[in-house]
Design a protein around this ligand. Structure first.
Ligand code: FES
Length: 349
């Protein structure tokens, strides 16, 4: 895993609560990434620790020279609020290299439809994908369904309008607002199964060959999943990204509940027993002891540190990276997990 210290090239205020930060590439290399992937930004805290959060890139590797992320404030969001309030042009930020399995792979001769579904800050990886498709696949059409609360909260409104006029026959946006002003004449409500089915049919969707990318809140994703199940769309055509969805960044673990505990981790045929301090995650404690466990983003997003808790009780700061079923089966991400009882045993495949 590579870490960079990137200098901020520009800070753009997109809406009242959202900024885009673009970065200069390091002098020695061009950072490589795919449209839809994320980087992880680490900021220092007052007690000498670091907090990390992952953000999808809003820039396109095909059209933008700088790497950029777009960050919306969230209530109590330590990193998102810091990035909105305290970062200026010329500052340096610690950034972990691009990663993520939600990405678009261009194919120059493709002739297809790409459908994008986003709500709020879920637009971030989707605009990167839209710009990339329009540039790299001249015969492909892009359709974006984009939900927001109000006109003022639409991120990238201007940029999307420019793309629509530049690619008149190949790019279209359908906005839908849940709390529009009195002058709004567009669609009203939220993205759901009924209005999305109509929109897809109006756009002459072909469920056998078109591709679908979505990023938004859980209810939106669940509604869209039902459509794809109903029309038996192959899993390889459907791509989900969860973590740009509006969500709380607040830790779910009350730090007063945490105690120093000894944990056993079984990995690669070896059993490691070590102490986890109250301020540490299981992965942090292991790394401090030079125990070589698998990991990547250290932010509960990439699942590289997946393990199964086979004894004792563990709680995660952040559960977004796993499905409810995986959590019920005892799977944990060691980078965001704390032991909550004695005798915790974690097995890593
Ligand atoms: S290291 Fe990425 S989820 Fe834990």
């Amino acid at each position: 895993m590579k870490t960079y210290f990137l200098q901020v090239k520009e800070v753009i205020q997109e809406t009242a609560d959202t900024v885009t930060l673009s970065f200069w590439h390091p002098i020695s290399e061009q950072i490589k990434y795919k449209a839809g992937q994320f980087i992880t930004i680490s900021i220092p805290t007052s007690d000498g620790k670091k907090v990390k959060r992952s953000y999808s890139m809003s820039s396109s590797p095909a059209t933008d020279t700088a790497v950029a992320v777009t960050v919306k404030r969230v209530p109590n969001g330590i990193v998102s609020n810091y990035l909105n309030d305290n970062v200026h042009t010329g500052d340096f930020l610690e950034v972990i290299e691009p990663m993520g399995s939600f990405f678009f792979e261009p194919s120059e001769n493709a002739n297809r439809n790409i459908f994008l579904f986003g709500a709020g800050s879920g637009i971030t990886p989707l605009i990167s994908i839209a710009k990339t498709v329009l540039k790299t696949e001249p015969n492909t059409k892009v359709h974006l369904l984009y939900g927001n609360r109000s006109e003022e909260s639409i991120i990238f409104k201007k940029e999307l309008e420019i793309l629509e006029s530049q690619f008149k026959d190949r790019f279209s946006v359908q906005y839908i607002l849940s709390q529009p002003g009195s002058t709004w004449v567009g669609a009203k409500g939220r993205i759901n199964q009924a209005n999305t089915t109509i929109w897809l049919k109006d756009a002459c969707v072909d469920f056998k060959k078109d591709n679908f990318f979505m990023c938004g809140p859980e209810e939106m994703m669940d509604d869209l999943k039902r459509i794809f199940e109903l029309y038996e769309v192959s899993k390889s055509q459907v791509h989900y990204e969860r973590f740009n969805a509006p969500m709380q960044e607040e830790d779910t673990v009350n730090t007063d509940e945490l105690k120093k505990q000894t944990v056993k981790v079984i990995y690669d045929g070896d059993t490691h027993e070590f102490v986890v301090e109250p301020h540490q995650t299981i992965l942090e404690a292991a790394l401090e002891q030079d125990i070589d466990l698998p990991y990547s983003c250290q932010a509960g997003m990439c699942t590289a540190c997946l393990g199964k808790c086979t004894d004792g009780k563990v709680k995660m700061d952040e559960e977004e990276g796993l499905t409810e079923k995986e959590i019920a089966q005892g799977y944990i991400l060691t980078c965001v997990s704390h032991p909550m009882s004695e005798g915790v045993v974690v097995e890593i495949d």
